[in-house]
Every structure is written in structure tokens, then in C-alpha cells.
Design a protein around this ligand. Structure first.
Ligand code: GLU
Length: 557
């Protein structure tokens, strides 16, 4: 037995399995050629940041676009970041946006798939088995330095003006302990971390091709990084190598804060004898900084829209948020959407190579536009159901009004919907109260200030008086409009807009002004969807009542 083998037994006598057994237990996946296996690997913080939604969406589509597989792994080795039931928060938070996993953690204490456990705290023996193997081969060793000693070392390196600080080469003093020394220290109960004996050279370089950022060259890792902490729990780096190898990921898609760790990761894959995987580092979502005019990262602290909860509370549909994220993820998404207006959004051929290397810019106005498009192609029933579900939680008054008469409410949302050019007034459910205001007396506020400019109060009164006389509730839309046209000459208006434009001096206005007066009288708005449909829905009694009230407020009888 070599000293390394003796050391491995001394440190890991409880580990009986061999790496080969795990290799066999988690065989190569049986997937079609070119299928990508990706994962989302959050800490159980319960919080879904817009950036995590963006990352998980990209990861899911990178897998789906190749008939691959996407799984959820919970990285709970850092207990400080954990919140109670954070796992459910994440699974539910993502599922609300349509992000679903093929495999992995499915909920609290629930998982699916043959490559688990998918929660790092349940994989201690697996990490230790691979750590034992590294010790056996002389590629890892116990380090008995205390935290105090490590900070002293750093301080000294700083004072000495060293470019590279840390635990490496000649500074890695536990590297050279003999087996006897190691044995004595372990047996005396001294705590230790397990460190990698880095094979990196000071002038060594690594080059890798990042799917998003392109070709990257970086100095090799020379640090004897910690693989297992004092409690035997792996560091992120070591767990990443072991897990992504055994879970048979093919592509590591993650935030670009990890890019500086790639040399360490590639080295770890190599020393462990694993195939090096492909990396795609996603740049953070950026925002225009109002103060400086420059670009900055979307911040959890400063920007409410950094939390996906913000969008839910405002009443954006998850579909809109996803659709918007797709527009900033792949710039050809919008063209694809125009060509395939009703296609299932996740069938978009997502391409990681088209993602921004410098960071996509989040633009709220664009988000609103995208959302208006999404809502405009929904059926009236869909709008109704979703708006009611939102209002039940966030706006009780609206909920009561909308659910009082389902058919009437659906009628409101049916106006100007379902045709080739649907209206685009609603971007989020919190817009709806304003949108439906004049359909409910409880919300309606009279305001007749926006009469057409060329129509004075007396003319407006005259128009309304005349309209009352010709009002026929059973009219078709054509009949209704014909009657309004017929009414025009009687009161000095022309039914012909062109004629008015040619000789405005001959008329008080045209048919458009006449219907505007009626519109303002009935709805207190200058712009509304189709007026005929509104009147039909409001009914004869309410329409005439509103007209009378307007006449009165304008000073008529
Ligand atoms: N647990 C890491 C994080 O939350 C995951 C990074 C990765 O995807 O590898 O940032």
C-alpha cells in the first residue's frame, strides 16, 4: 500500500463504494445524438430573481431544442443561503412561468429520475468517494491550517507585494506533510479541509469555447482549492464536477459570475478523469441607469422588477414575461413570433449562440408592448378567467365586479377581439380596472371635458338630443351608423369626412365628431373600443340615462 492509499483509508475508512460503482450506477444517458442535458442548480433560497428565470428558461430551451433533458438540482451545501421551504418556493415560482423539469427535484422531498439524489446534502458519500480516489492518487491532501493561518498567509503575501495570493505551490505548507505527520494530526482530532494538489503551472493557459461568450483564454488554476470543507461537505467547485459528471449533464449553462472559476473546474474534471463539459455563461440582465444613463446590472435591492413576484403582483401574465425574456434572449425571436403568431412559445428553436455576450437590456416599455401583444391574442374567456384569478388575490373590488355577471364581463373583453387587428390596450391585469371603468356604475366617473374641439356645448347638446330621438336598440351596427349619418345634415354636420376636409367652413364638423360626442357622453372617454358594441352591452336604459346626464351637466335641460 502506498502512503497515499494509506492516507485515503485513514481519512475515508467509512467509504466503501468505488468511483466505478457510481459510474455504473449512473450510466451514459440513452438520448439521441446531439441531445443536450442541462440543469438549473439553485440554492434553496426560495427567491426567483428575474435573472434565475432567464437562466432556467434558457437552460430548458437549450435542452428542449435538441430533444434533450433538463433537470433541477438543489445546491444546499451553503446552509447560510437556505430558507425554510425554499425548494417549494423555487419549484412553484418557476412552474408558474411554465418552467418544468424533466427530472430532478420536483418539490419538497420529492424527486424524479435515476441520477439522484438531486439534492447535494444527500450526496455526501458520493463526493467523499471521489475525494478518496483523489487522495489515493496523491491528487488531494488534508490541510490542517486554521482560518487564522490562512488569513495570515494572505496578509503576508499582500505585504510582500505578490501578484498571486492564496494557498498554492510553496505556500501550500500542508502539501508536503509526510504520511506519519498527517496520521498523527488526524488521530489527535485536528480539524482539516481536503485540498486539491493542483497540477497547474504558473505560466500555463487554458483555452475553452464558451457557447455564448466565444473563445476564452485564461491562466491555468494553480491554487490548491478546498474540495471538502471541515465538515466533509464539498465546496461548490468539487460538487459541480462530481454532480455534473454523474448526472451526465452535457452543457453547463449558468450565470457569468462563474466564468472566472472555469480554469478550476476544467482542472477538476481532468484530475477526476471526467470528460470536460461544454460551458455557456449567461450575462446578467442589464438596465439603463437613470442617474448615469449607462448600463448596470438589474439589482435585487434597487429594482422591484428584479423579483418575478413583481410581475405577478402587477398582473402581467407569466406568458408575457416569458415572451419578453425570449425577445431579449434571442434577437430573432420576434421575427419568429411574427411568422408564427400562435405557435407554442417553447417550440421556438432557441440558440445559445445568439444570446448577448455583454448582457441583454431590460426595457419596461418593450415588456409592456410585448405583453399587450400576448393579451391581444387571448380569447375573451381567457382574459376573463386570468383577470378574475388575479383580481381575487390583488383587487377585491374588481373581482366582485367582474365575477358578478360573467357573461357581461366576457362581453366587455369580446369587443374588438378575435379579429385580424385586435386592440392592444391591456398589458397587465391591473390595467383592467381603468379599461372596464365605464361598464360599471361603481367605477364610472363622469367627465365630459374631452368633447371634440370644434363642437361647443350647445352643439354637443343638440347632437345628443337628436341622437336620443333616433336611438333604436335593435339596430345592427350598419343601421346604427346610417342613422347617425342621416342625423348630421340636420344639425350642420356632414356625413362625409372628405367633404368636410375640403370645405370645413361650410360645416360645424363631420360624422366623426358626432359619434365622438356620443362616445364621450356614454363613456366619458375620447378613445374607446367599438362604440356600437359598448352601447349594445350597456343596454338602452343605461345609455340613455348617461346621455341625459351629460346633457344636464353641459347645461341643457
Ligand atoms: N448553485 C450555484 C448558484 O446558485 C449554481 C451555479 C451553477 O449553475 O453551476 O449560483
Amino acid at each position: 500500500m502506498t502512503d497515499y492509499e494509506k492516507l485515503a483509508e485513514l481519512l475515508f475508512s467509512h467509504i466503501e463504494k468505488t468511483p466505478e460503482e457510481y459510474e455504473e450506477k449512473y450510466p451514459q444517458r440513452n438520448l439521441p445524438e446531439g441531445a443536450r442535458v442541462t440543469r438549473f442548480a439553485p440554492s434553496p433560497t426560495g427567491f426567483v430573481h428575474l435573472g434565475s428565470l432567464f437562466a432556467s428558461l434558457s437552460e430548458m430551451l437549450i435542452a428542449r431544442s435538441t430533444d434533450g433533458l433538463f433537470y433541477l438540482r438543489i445546491e444546499d451545501t451553503d446552509k447560510k443561503r437556505e430558507v425554510e421551504d425554499g425548494v417549494t418556493g423555487i419549484v412553484k415560482g418557476l412552474s408558474d412561468f411554465g418552467i418544468e423539469f424533466d427530472e430532478g427535484v420536483m418539490g419538497l422531498d420529492e424527486e424524479k429520475g435515476d441520477y439522484g439524489p438531486y439534492t447535494q446534502s444527500k450526496r455526501k458519500d458520493i463526493y467523499q468517494c471521489f475525494a478518496k480516489e483523489l487522495v489515493k492518487k496523491g491528487l488531494a491532501y488534508p490541510c490542517f491550517c486554521t482560518e487564522e493561518e490562512i488569513s495570515q498567509l494572505r496578509l503576508k503575501q499582500e505585504n510582500d507585494g505578490l501578484d498571486t495570493k492564496g494557498y498554492y505551490g510553496e505556500f501550500a505548507k500542508c502539501r508536503s506533510l509526510s504520511f506519519e505527520e498527517q496520521k498523527e494530526l488526524v488521530e489527535s482530532g485536528k480539524e482539516y479541509t481536503l485540498r486539491l494538489r493542483s497540477p497547474g503551472k504558473a505560466d500555463g493557459k487554458i483555452i475553452f469555447e464558451d457557447l455564448i461568450k466565444g473563445k476564452i483564454e485564461m491562466p491555468e488554476n494553480i491554487q490548491d482549492i478546498v474540495l471538502l470543507k471541515r465538515d466533509g461537505i464539498p465546496t461548490y467547485h468539487f460538487a459541480h464536477a462530481v454532480d455534473d459528471h454523474l448526472m451526465r449533464s452535457t452543457h453547463i449553462v449558468r450565470g457569468d459570475e462563474w466564468i472566472s472559476s472555469v480554469p478550476t473546474h476544467i482542472q477538476l474534471f481532468k484530475v477526476c478523469g471526467f470528460k470536460v463539459l461544454k460551458y455557456a455563461h449567461i450575462s446578467p440582465i442589464m438596465k439603463e441607469d437613470e442617474e448615469t444613463g449607462g448600463k448596470r446590472k438589474l439589482s435585487k435591492r434597487k429594482d422591484p422588477e428584479a423579483a418575478v413576484e413583481f410581475f405577478i403582483e402587477q398582473g402581467y401574465t407569466p406568458e408575457s414575461v416569458i415572451e419578453y425574456l425570449l425577445t431579449i434572449a434571442n434577437s430573432n425571436f420576434e421575427d419568429w413570433r411574427r411568422a408564427n403568431p400562435t405557435a407554442e412559445r417553447f417550440s421556438f428553436p432557441f440558440n445559445p449562440k445568439k444570446m448577448s455576450a455583454s448582457g441583454a437590456l431590460f426595457d419596461m416599455n418593450k415588456m409592456i408592448d410585448v405583453s399587450k401583444n400576448v393579451v391581444s391574442v387571448m380569447t375573451a374567456e381567457q382574459v376573463y378567467e386570468k383577470a378574475v384569478a388575479w383580481a381575487e388575490k390583488y383587487d377585491k373590488e374588481l373581482y366582485d365586479l367582474l365575477s358578478r355577471d360573467r357573461e357581461y364581463s366576457i362581453g366587455i373583453f369580446s369587443i374588438d377581439r378575435g379579429n385580424k387587428n385586435p386592440r392592444k390596450d391591456i398589458s397587465k391585469w391591473s390595467d383592467i380596472k381603468g379599461y372596464v371603468e365605464y361598464f360599471f356604475d361603481e367605477l364610472y366617473k363622469e367627465n365630459f371635458d374631452e368633447m371634440p374641439e370644434n363642437t361647443d356645448k350647445n352643439s354637443a347638446i343638440e347632437i345628443l338630443e337628436e341622437y336620443k330621438k333616433i336611438y333604436e336598440h335593435s339596430d345592427t351596427k350598419e343601421e346604427w351608423f346610417e342613422r347617425i349619418k342621416e342625423l348630421c345634415p340636420k344639425i350642420g354636420y356632414t356625413p362625409n369626412v372628405k367633404e368636410y376636409k375640403k370645405t370645413p367652413e361650410l360645416f360645424k364638423g363631420h360624422v366623426g365628431d358626432v359619434s365622438s360626442v356620443i362616445r364621450v357622453a356614454v363613456t366619458s372617454r375620447k378613445n374607446t373600443p367599438d362604440l356600437y358594441s359598448i352601447i349594445q352591452l350597456l343596454g338602452k336604459e343605461k345609455t340613455l340615462q348617461r346621455i341625459d346626464s351629460c346633457i344636464e351637466k353641459l347645461g341643457g335641460k
